[in-house]
Write a protein that binds this ligand. Sequence first.
Ligand code: NAD
Length: 295
Amino acid sequence: MATIAFIGLGNMGGPMARNLLRAGHDVTVFDLSGPAMETLVADGAGSAETAKAAADGVDCVITMLPAGEHVETVYLGEGELLDSLPAGTLVIDCSTIAPETARGVAEVATEKGLAFIDAPVSGGVGGAKAGSLTFICGGDEATFTKARPILEPMARNVFLAGPHGAGQVAKICNNMLLAILMAGTSEALALGADNGLDPAVLSEIIKQSSGGNWALNVYNPWPGVMDGVPASRDYEGGFLVKLMTKDLGLAYDNAVKQQSAIPVGALARNLYQLHAGQGNADLDFSSILRLYRPE
Ligand code: NAD
């Protein structure tokens, strides 16, 4: 079993760290939020006052932070975590950030002899709780092989997408498509409801037809259609609109750099930004339905 520092215990990081504890790893946690740490300590984790203290003497550091600036702060900024780790330490960043930010952190880590991998995830809070996330890694084969057994208690799938940054590229492509299909699913359900159809019945019909998709299968955006999803608890928890807006911004910036056309992704970005600006930034992203059905 490994000794692991887990930094960032939000909607995703909390349940991920819990699955590492359940697998028998020795986990020390750090988060800026005291209550987030307390729940993990109650489950058997050690805690520390800083990221650096949590990582003292561990085999592996895992971060699950909101955005690139947080990752840079922890690894390169005030925390200077990379400076304090002995050569050979495995460092896994699971946050969704820009590919070039991941490459920048990887470059510094590699110079210091650390084994760094970017490993953003897909599968949402449900996947984090169930230990069924998809990890999309970027790095070299040897680091990937070393990281795999650590990731497995949290994962159903573990992919190596390519070199450093490739995990982030694959992740932002996935999330751009997710934003598009959640908005499209909401639009289709709202059109059906405007015609007097029951959204639950319509959802079942589309699920078994050519419009079937992940949102309808496990994350229905219409309140009351599916138990246990954010739509059935006023869109609390889950994957926040502000994080989806961040990911659509990453896709947009990347498309500008690559001179790729993403007309539908750009429209989705505008829809989510409009929605965030209307006071919904801290709701789950499936609340995009409210653009079509304001309450
Ligand atoms: P969150 O906002 O719920 O949690 C982030 C946590 O990081 C918070 O507890 C915060 O206190 C902590 N934090 C911030 N700065 C810190 C610092 N300097 N040191 C220590 N802790 C710090 O976010 P989340 O939903 O858990 O998402 C985390 C990452 O995973 C994001 O990049 C997101 O895009 C990605 N992601 C989220 C989901 C989802 O469904 N929520 C799914 C896939 C990927």
